[in-house]
Design a protein around this ligand. Structure first.
Ligand SMILES: Nc1nc2c(ncn2[C@@H]2O[C@H](COP(=O)(O)OP(=O)(O)O)[C@@H](O)[C@H]2O)c(=O)[nH]1
Ligand SMILES: [Mg+2]
Ligand SMILES: [Zn+2]
Length: 469
């Protein structure tokens, strides 16, 4: 009984997180203008059109000519260490736009913002890097290197599940550590362990709020950081002293991003696959039925290309009890991050697709965890997942050092499978392999990396990862 209660609590936590998103989602810019015109008139590249069939004036959003973001970089680290401020310094946008979030002072959901990294043709070395169209050093016109999406992680411990969902689409991460606090703080450790569990290798450390400490304290904090990352996935990662709020060393950070977090080689010829990290509806209350826009799904394409007009399938799809039914629909419109509307999307930064499915189905993140691809080309939906496990020595996120005990048959776990989160019970255990009966069915295939958490001291704590067999 107690097990069920605890699982309910965790579900409530996840559900609460999701509930926070609805308002935010509906105020989100990208899909707002993807009007009915895009449904009626495919692939139009004109700006505004008068619909001939109806007498209504319909606005068609112009297609963006800019380049889509090539990678997603996550910002991770303890609450208040300056992650959102850093994203603001890089992109000009403070990612916490939701008023509830501002009130609570924490990033509840994954926020995001895009920027172009740019270089000055006249300056040399670190000096040439910025995100400005005119060089801040010499005022020359700068050139675009590439476009990057920043995914701003929630900094509160309740939101670890959200972080793990986001991490499924990270190409690299910036770990923000405040120089004026002891390192490591609880979520500094927990977030870094999450990168390890999900398999994120490219990490840059920002030692933030450097202007608040003396040189001596800065050095002490630096040594603490070195000690802390030893033996972790961030060992040897560059450490950049910064003042995010004053933009100090921003050029050095951008240069380091360009060097360390390279755009991976993407195979665009394979079947497309998109991970859904958010889902929402964009209609304002009171919209008349003819004007209702279909449900919107946000996330990243991992491989292949999705085009406007493509037939797609969403798996596992709609849940009812333990059953799921996949959704077959069409790509009505595509928005690439903050860039705007595009005709096709490639692997990389955050994007969203408008579909013709009932918006009630996509509302409030209800389709997070799904995978999108061409019909009948997606990995299977599974109820039992077999994992070869890799447990950590110590539990992260707890104040005192606690050894990770062995798993046991019947034990309840929380699993993150790509962007999907599910609870499940261990149904069998043989050596390093476990089979887990999942509460919610997920899409997975051999080799998928799954983060494993177990309930400890009232919350799910990350204890390791497993590879699907
Ligand atoms: N002094 C100083 N304050 C900073 C700096 N970066 C962020 N802050 C402040 O630290 C607080 C938390 O920043 P925020 O970006 O919301 O942290 P997050 O929780 O990690 O996203 C805010 O009051 C920021 O203004 C910095 O470089 N120097
Ligand atoms: Mg924040
Ligand atoms: Zn210059």
């Amino acid at each position: 009984m107690s097990k069920e209660t605890t699982s309910d609590n965790e579900e409530t936590n996840i559900a609460n997180e999701k509930a926070e998103t609805e308002k935010k989602a509906s105020s989100k810019k990208p899909t707002k203008k993807a009007s009915t015109a895009s449904k009626k008139k495919k692939a139009s590249s004109k700006t505004t059109k008068k619909s001939k069939k109806t007498d209504v004036v319909v606005e068609t959003e112009e297609y963006s000519t800019g380049n889509q973001a090539e990678i997603n970089i996550g910002t991770i680290g303890h609450v208040d260490h300056g992650k959102s401020t850093l994203v603001k310094a890089l992109t000009g946008t403070f990612p916490d736009t939701h008023s509830e979030e501002l009130k609570r002072g924490i990033t509840i959901r994954l926020g995001y913002a895009d920027t172009d990294t740019r270089y000055c043709p006249k300056c040399t070395g670190t000096n040439k890097w910025s995100t400005e169209t005119t060089c801040p050093k010499c005022q020359a016109e700068t050139k675009v290197s590439r476009r990057i999406s920043f995914v701003d992680a929630p900094g509160h411990e309740v939101l670890m599940a959200t972080l793990l969902t986001g991490a499924a689409i990270f190409d690299g991460a910036i770990l923000v550590i405040a120089a004026n606090e002891f390192c490591p703080q609880a979520q500094t450790r927990e977030h870094l362990a999450a990168m390890d569990a999900v398999g994120i290798q490219n990490i840059i450390i920002v030692q933030n709020k450097i202007e608040l400490v003396t040189e001596e304290q800065a050095l002490e904090s630096y040594n603490d950081i070195i000690k802390f990352v030893k033996g972790t996935v961030a060992e040897g990662a560059p450490i950049i002293p910064m003042s995010a709020i004053h933009g100090v060393n921003l050029d050095l950070l951008i240069e380091t991003i360009e060097k360390i977090i390279k755009t991976p080689k993407r195979d665009e010829k394979v079947e497309p696959r998109m991970f859904v990290a958010r889902s929402f509806e964009v209609n304002k209350p009171g919209t008349i039925p003819e004007d209702l826009l279909g449900g919107v799904l946000g996330g990243s394409i991992i491989c292949g290309i999705l085009k406007e007009g493509d037939d797609i399938e969403i798996r596992p799809g709609i849940r009812s009890g333990r059953k799921v039914e996949s959704i077959k629909t069409k790509v009505i419109s595509i928005h690439a991050g903050t860039l705007g509307k595009v005709k096709e999307a490639k692997p990389g930064g955050l994007m969203s697709i408008g579909t013709d499915i009932d918006p009630a189905v996509t509302k409030a993140d209800s389709l997070v965890g799904n995978i999108i691809g061409k019909p009948d080309k997606l990995p299977p939906v599974i109820e039992y997942i077999e994992l070869s496990i890799n447990l950590m020595d110590f539990v992260v996120g707890l104040d005192k050092k606690t050894k990770v005990k062995n798993l046991a048959v019947g034990e309840q776990l929380m699993l993150n499978v790509w962007t999907a989160i599910t609870l499940g019970q261990i149904s069998s255990l043989k050596g390093k392999n476990i089979t887990v009966k999942l509460d919610r069915l997920v899409c997975a295939e051999k080799g998928t990396r799954v983060a494993i958490s177990r309930r400890l001291e009232g919350r799910f704590r990350l204890i390791g990862f497993g590879l699907v067999q």
